[in-house]
Design a protein. Structure first.
Length: 381
């Protein structure tokens, strides 16, 4: 056999800080496999991601047990890979959610973890590293560290250039982040070029009316809004609103129908969700709230546009509150947000739909009381 199995703790290996890779002086007491240079980085890591993955790291960082057969050993290795892949996704989603919530500092440790696990599983030059580089770039941009963001982006660009099997989805993400970088540098010409590419690749990957394409339209609209080209901005904001309206309205209808049937048959509450992960929900809130702010500042001209966005946000919060995935702290936060939208009763919602051609026919299928009553009744919580 030509395979070399590394020692569990190779000679001369120094223990490094999880966050900055400086020599470590502390260890996490709960898992005893994670090290830090000091209490500052330990706290930062705990608050960002370590609390969620502390126990998951133990099997990854302790030496593999002694296996009696090659079969068992292969099985052990496969399990290890599965665990790492799970951690990649978990850290990525957590970091993304922080970014959409504007908590860029918290996003960095989680994004770094996602990058490291990707390197372990896929190697140093795999295109799988690109999403993690892009997250780190976005977090750096949010923290005003433009140079660092550029470094991460050029690493991502280089990896994409070398790769022959890069998906449209990753091309789209790369261009979106380059667009954001040039926006931060106030080079709007370049930013527009990259955002147009983002929309093109996202449309190739998912379709022109897909929520994954809405981010590109949204940032492009922000550029035009900043440049006072209000007509163009308005058209793009409307496009984004319509994409989210269609998506959420479809889910809203499914929930309403399922709820009616389920309560009749089984007499118990039906639970479903938005079909979005936590990061996508945070993105939806960020995009729709920004559009709402823009609409409210110009609502004298077109109040119906403000109400349209309010209606979409209402559907989003409603679906999130009924999410079977929702954990209790998140639900509590959602409930706070919900108070803002409680005044939107059935009359308002049905009047909103009167100027929304896409949602009108589907809302008419079932009566308004069925659609709305779960929101306003106390049992909906
Ligand atoms: Zn450190
Ligand atoms: Zn720990």
């Amino acid at each position: 056999m030509n395979v070399i199995y590394p020692l569990a703790v190779p000679k001369g290996r120094r223990l490094c800080c999880e966050v900055c890779e400086a020599p470590a002086e502390r260890v996490c007491g709960a898992c005893t496999v994670t090290y830090y240079c000091g209490v500052v980085h330990q706290r930062a890591d705990w608050g960002s991601i370590h609390e969620k993955i502390c126990q998951l790291l133990i099997p990854l960082r302790t030496s593999m047990p002694f296996y009696n057969s090659e079969e068992e050993r292969q099985h052990g290795l496969q399990q290890l890979q599965q665990r790492q892949k799970h951690l990649i996704e978990l850290c990525y989603t957590v970091a993304q959610k922080y970014i959409f919530e504007g908590k860029h500092e918290d996003a960095v440790p989680a994004a770094l973890h996602s990058l490291r696990f990707r390197m372990n599983v896929h190697g140093l030059s795999s295109v799988e590293l690109v999403p993690a580089y892009l997250l780190l770039a976005e977090a750096s941009l949010g923290l005003g560290r433009v140079v660092q963001a550029e470094e991460y982006l050029s690493q991502a660009q280089w990896t994409v250039l070398k790769s022959t099997e890069c998906s449209y989805a990753i091309h789209s993400l790369l261009h979106r982040n380059l667009g954001l970088l040039y926006m931060a540098k106030e080079n709007y010409e370049e930013a527009r070029y990259h955002l147009a590419n983002d929309i093109y690749f996202a449309s190739c990957a998912f379709g022109t009316e897909h929520i994954r394409a809405s981010g590109g339209y949204f940032h492009l609209a922000n550029i035009f809004n900043g440049l006072k080209k209000l007509d163009l901005a308005d058209t793009l904001y409307t496009k984004v609103s319509e994409i989210w309206n269609k998506y959420l309205n479809d889910h809203y209808q499914v929930l309403s129908q399922a709820r009616i049937q389920q309560i009749d048959l089984l007499g118990k509450r039906f639970e479903t969700d938005t079909g979005l992960d936590e990061a996508q929900e945070a993105e939806a809130i960020q995009i729709l709230t920004s559009i709402l702010n823009v609409r409210e500042s110009t609502s004298n001209k077109a109040p119906q546009k403000t109400i349209f966005v309010l209606k979409i946000l209402f559907m989003l919060y409603f679906l999130m509150m009924n999410s079977s995935k929702a954990s209790s702290p998140r639900k509590a936060a959602n409930l706070k947000q919900r108070e803002k939208f409680l005044w939107l009763d059935s009359a308002v919602l049905s009047s909103c739909t009167s100027f929304c051609p896409q949602s009108k026919p589907s809302l008419q299928k079932s009566s308004d009381t069925h659609n709305i009553s779960p929101v306003l009744s106390p049992t909906a919580q």
